[in-house]
Design a binder for this molecule. Structure first.
Ligand SMILES: Cc1ncc(COP(=O)(O)O)c(C=O)c1O
Length: 374
């Protein structure tokens, strides 16, 4: 039996050397590495301003806060995402309006977004789930008609493109995660990318307690006093984490190309198998996760059987309105979001990372076919 873990990291010598240099540097939090990473990510994305944060969750929180989202506001969120997307507006005291996804794509249904808009709606958060982008031109048209801000959840989508649009290009802010298993990973990390210099300035301020000077500004040159200008949080990315991702950026496209090969191998292996569905891909997917859809009545048994055969599995994600906090706090029940529920009940994520060998992919395919068809 082979053991194919659900995730393996792709760090190399570059990262080890960078970490060494970062810890030998003068300031291991706000030295020069995070600034270099912010600039490099902006260049990769083609978005002028990037502020790195301690996580994708904090990037979402900072972007919404900088846009002035707070009590009395409503934010529209798709019910097919990680809990962080809904958590950020809730923490700011705003109301979350969940919307269902498209029937064939696990992405925000723009028609439902329009129907969910009220005079209190301030922002909408499209989630480019698994790496496939939402229909940003259609969403942008709706947002412009109603004066809404768009904050993209790009935790799964750095490399994606759809209809000539890339993440960050039609929104007010695009939020990234560099969590351990993401396409660009440093353990915990995130970033806000924006075309607005003013929004970037606000995010920077809010991610450093609202202080007028960062550490570099306080400790370098002749001492200058700082002021606290507003009430913020403390969630700036430090140089040690940035050291882990600054060089990965130059390998991002090569890593994507290997995941694309694995995607094609899985697709060829599964195509035409009764009882085994997969979400559609539109445009260039960032190929962050590879998921299959199975009989909901057998899903948990299939998860168990695959693990017994050495295949790592995950579930991304069950419908969030059925999680205890949401159902108990807001009274949601089964049947409220049928499409998100149907996918949440059927979905299984398979191992999907550049270090997988073809032999491992073939092993996973063979086990899935046996278990699903058996
Ligand atoms: C869709 C989505 N949004 C947001 C996040 C939050 O990112 P982080 O874990 O870096 O806070 C994640 C992380 O898994 C995610 O998958």
């Amino acid at each position: 039996m082979m053991e194919v873990s659900w995730w393996r990291t792709t760090f190399g010598q570059d990262e080890k050397q960078r970490i060494g240099a970062a810890i030998d540097g003068e300031h291991i939090s706000q030295g020069s590495v995070t600034a270099a990473f912010e600039q490099a990510l902006g260049a990769y994305l083609g978005v002028p301003y990037v502020v790195a944060t301690t996580s994708g969750s904090m990037a979402l929180l900072m972007a919404l806060m900088a846009l002035g989202v707070g009590p009395g506001d409503e934010v529209i969120v798709p019910n097919r995402t990680w809990i962080a997307t809904a958590h950020a507006p809730l923490v700011l005291g705003a109301k979350v309006r969940l919307v269902d996804v498209l029937p064939d794509l696990p992405l925000m249904d723009v028609a439902q977004v329009e129907a969910a808009i009220t005079p209190r709606t301030k922002a909408v958060i499209p989630v480019h789930l698994y790496g496939t982008m939402c229909d940003m031109p259609a969403l942008k048209a709706v947002a412009d008609r109603h004066g809404l801000a768009i904050v993209e959840d790009c935790a799964h989508c750095i490399e994606g493109e759809r209809s000539g649009v890339r993440p960050g290009q039609l929104s007010d802010a695009a939020c990234y995660s560099f969590y351990a298993t993401k396409n660009l990973a440093c353990g915990e990390g995130g970033a806000v990318a924006t075309r607005s210099e003013e929004l970037a300035r606000q995010v920077k301020l809010l991610s450093l307690h609202g202080m007028s000077k960062n550490a570099a500004g306080r400790y370098h040159g002749s001492y200058q006093h700082w002021d606290m200008l507003t009430l913020g949080w403390k969630c700036n990315l430090d140089d040690i984490h940035s050291a882990l991702i600054v060089d990965q950026l130059s390998r991002l496209d090569a890593l994507w190309a290997r995941r694309r090969e694995i995607y094609e191998r899985y697709e060829a292996g599964f195509s035409g198998t009764p009882g085994l569905g997969r979400p559609a891909v539109v445009g260039k997917s960032a190929h962050h996760l590879y998921t299959i859809w199975v009989d909901p009545a057998r899903r948990d048994q299939i998860l168990h059987d695959l693990q017994e055969r050495g295949v790592g599995v995950a579930v991304n994600f069950r419908a969030i309105h059925l999680l205890s906090y949401f159902s108990e706090t807001f009274g949601f029940k089964r049947g409220d979001f049928p499409r998100a529920e149907a996918i949440g009940d059927r979905t299984i994520s398979l191992p999907f990372y550049p270090k997988l060998s073809d032999a491992e992919v073939d092993y996973v395919i063979a086990q899935v076919l046996e278990v699903v068809q058996g």
